[in-house]
Design a protein around this ligand. Sequence first.
Ligand SMILES: [Zn+2]
Length: 114
Amino acid sequence: MIDHDEARRALQERQATLREELSAGSSATKTVKLDQSRVGRLSRMDALQAQAMANASARHRDHELRRIAAALRRLDDGEYGDCDECGEAIARARLLVDPAASLCVACAEIQESS
Ligand SMILES: [Zn+2]
């Protein structure tokens, strides 16, 4: 069983980093838009590609932030560390790698393959 204070700290740190990256990312997306008016076709494609990548990572960060928020809620509810699917304890090593994990290894594998 992972230490809850430790998990909370790790989650909050990750949350702060993601929020910073999200706000930095949104200003990068704006810059791309401004540049498009004065660049050629090739650069415009680069710009669009960069923008698509920025949007994709923003979506990824958004998703991560939701997982972290859910994990923090589980900490508050005393359900942290239990698998959402089967209720078994999630392996400590798994939580150390991903403190926001909500499924045990077995259930995560079933979900990924379906
Ligand atoms: Zn499970």
